[in-house]
Design a protein around this ligand. Structure first.
Ligand SMILES: [Zn+2]
Ligand SMILES: [Zn+2]
Length: 245
């Protein structure tokens, strides 16, 4: 299984990086972890047909993580008709927000809603395992948003597992759920700035050395992380790279 980094930037486009989007390519499945506004164009740069996408998993409903869905929908409506539905799985409220965003951007007239191309929505309930198109997904709630639900996602396919932190402050749940995964894709928004809803490298450094997982890749880096990239002891994501999982 291969993970293509479509976008590893933060909400501010720090370093000119694309918004959040990670494309997982398995032998007979193609799925996305997050779908930021730049995801479709990044997929086209890789020469991959968007119709091949089976599922889009959403960690949470901030614009840099889900704002790209309307572009996939209009492509399926006008340029590349899908035969099979696109599955969209995310925290509670995802369907309403995605439909609302699509109507805001491409509804016929103000207030009039337009049907989506074939799609099926799934609510990911925290601490529950489910299976979507044969892809196993386990999610758990992470400290990022206060009123809405932010999830970390653990996906499994063909015996390989990826844990994606989504956006989050550190929680010891990551240590438990990273155990034995092949890749932990972990946000690291800043180098040493303390915030209640994102991680910083100083704090993360202590935790990462204790994890029992395969590869670690840091992502969602802000400007202060990017200027100190040479000092970071762990692999960092970059738009356009692919890693074997
Ligand atoms: Zn973000
Ligand atoms: Zn966020």
């Amino acid at each position: 299984m291969k993970l293509h980094v479509l976008g590893c930037g933060d909400a501010f486009g720090s370093g000119g990086r694309n918004h959040s989007g990670y494309l997982v390519e398995a032998s007979d499945r193609l799925f996305l972890l997050d779908c930021g506004p730049t995801s479709l164009l990044a997929m086209k740069k890789l020469g991959l047909d968007s119709r091949r996408l089976d599922v889009i998993f959403l960690s949470h409903l901030h614009g840099d993580h889900f704002g790209g869905l309307p572009f996939f929908f209009i492509e399926y409506m006008y340029q590349k008709k899908r035969e099979k539905p696109l599955h969209v799985a995310g925290p509670v409220g995802a369907e309403e927000k995605v439909r609302g965003l699509f109507n805001l951007m491409y509804g016929r007239d103000m207030g009039e809603s337009k049907d989506l191309p074939p799609s099926q929505f799934h609510v990911l309930q925290p601490d529950t395992s489910t299976d979507i198109e044969g892809i196993g997904v386990f999610s758990f709630r992470v400290p990022h948003q206060v009123n809405e639900v932010s999830l970390a996602l653990k996906v499994s396919y063909e015996g390989r597992q990826i844990l994606f932190s989504g956006d989050s402050a550190w929680t010891d749940q990551f240590r438990a759920h990273a155990r034995n995964v092949n890749l932990f894709l972990c946000e690291c928004s800043s180098y040493d700035r303390q915030t209640s809803n994102h991680m910083n490298y100083r704090q993360l450094q202590k935790q990462l050395s204790t994890l029992q997982c395969g590869k670690i890749m840091l992502t969602h880096m802000g400007d202060d992380m990017l200027v100190r990239k040479a000092e970071i002891a762990y692999p960092t994501a970059q738009d356009g790279i692919a890693i074997e999982v």
